[in-house]
Design a protein around this ligand. Structure first.
Ligand code: HMG
Ligand code: MG
Length: 305
């Protein structure tokens, strides 16, 4: 591992509007989600996970998926992605013209059942026609792999389970996978092993990190991934979020914190940190909650001093 061999440029996929807000108890109007997306793209984010086409009974906060997709003002060069767990979700999503869809599976059987109501093998059977239809329509397909280091129901997850899922995803034509630490229990060497298992099936350029920050390890996990050459990460503005089927899990690592880390190491992101902080302040003010980003908190304190 070589600290001097870090990628010169990193792409962040902003997942705040989807992963960040999906678990939010208070109603968040579509207009707020639309403005959040606008502020994120104005801050320089080039890929935004906007919403999910899942069952509104399972995740009520995403029930306004079509309204939000219709309301965003698309900027050239920005990619808008949505989650689609099955053909029903994909067909609904298609009308919204996403640039990219995400099928989401788990390295742990128990989490697969809790999150999408089927086994890992069944999930792959459901994803296969979605992937095929998306690729036929020219829509890029990303796969999210949950619980790649730990599961809220099964505990520690072995790297072999991650490799198994990555192989299944590759086999059905998924083009890129995200290695997710859904409940934020991972530490760097465990994350490294999960990524190594994934790299047996996917090229380094087709792998990203998706780290929740429940135990405060997400920046360390990001750093070790960077040292492995990973240059794509999902992050959530103001550290919003959590998964409804992973109790106690907090949000993804805050986008502001990752941008600060990267810029501090001379790694380009194309993101304007001040504007990103404003986007985070906008949504935190709406939710009447303190930002989950340490960097945003520090910089807002400095601005107000
Ligand atoms: P199911 O109940 O097994 O589905 O749910 P079903 O096919 O048996 O259908 C049952 C009902 O759901 C029917 O309606 C369908 O129409 C409806 P009813 O006849 O009862 O009125 N339905 C749908 N409605 C809207 N959109 C759809 C859809 N599919 C069926 N696409 C299902 C299976 C996957 C739909 C369900 O389990 C579900 O929606 N789960 C969502 C879970 C979710 O969104 N979790 C959070 C996102 S994943 C995540 O956060 C992790 C990630 O960030 C990475 C990480 O951190 O790990 C990505
Ligand atoms: Mg997540």
């Amino acid at each position: 591992m070589n600290l001097n061999n870090l990628p010169p440029r990193v792409k962040l996929v902003e997942v705040g509007p989807r992963d960040g807000l999906q678990n939010e108890k208070q109603a968040v109007p579509a207009a707020v989600k639309i403005e959040l997306v606008q502020r994120l793209q104005d801050a320089g984010l080039k890929e935004i996970e906007v919403t999910s086409f899942v069952s509104p009974k399972w995740v009520p906060q995403m029930a306004d998926n079509a309204e939000v997709m219709a309301g965003i003002v698309r900027a050239p060069g920005v990619r808008y992605s949505v989650l689609t767990p099955n053909l029903q979700g994909f067909e609904a999503a298609l009308k919204s013209k996403p640039d990219e869809i995400v099928v989401f599976g788990a390295a742990s059987e128990a989490f697969s059942r809790k999150n999408i109501n089927c086994s890992i093998a069944e999930s792959i059977e459901r994803f296969a026609p979605v992937v095929q239809a998306a690729r036929a329509a020219g829509i890029y397909v990303r796969g999210a792999m949950s619980c790649t280091v730990g599961c809220p129901y099964e505990g520690e997850v072995a790297p072999e389970r991650v490799g198994y899922l990555a192989g299944l995803m590759k086999g059905i034509g998924v083009q890129h996978v995200g290695v997710a630490d859904t409940i934020g229990v991972g530490t760097p060497l465990k994350v490294q092993r999960a990524i190594e298992a994934t790299l047996k099936h996917f090229d380094l350029n087709d792998v990203s990190g998706h780290f929740h920050d429940t135990y405060g390890q997400a920046l360390a996990n990001t750093l070790i991934s960077l040292q492995m050459g990973v240059w794509q990460f999902d992050t959530s503005v103001a550290g919003l979020g959590g998964c409804p089927y992973a109790k106690g899990a907090t949000g993804n690592v805050a986008s502001e914190d990752v941008v600060y880390l990267l810029h501090g190491m001379g790694i380009e992101t194309g993101i304007d940190l001040d504007k990103l902080i404003d986007a985070g302040a906008f949504v935190s003010d709406f939710l009447q909650r303190k930002s989950g980003s340490r960097v945003a908190t520090a910089m807002l304190n400095k601005r107000n001093a």
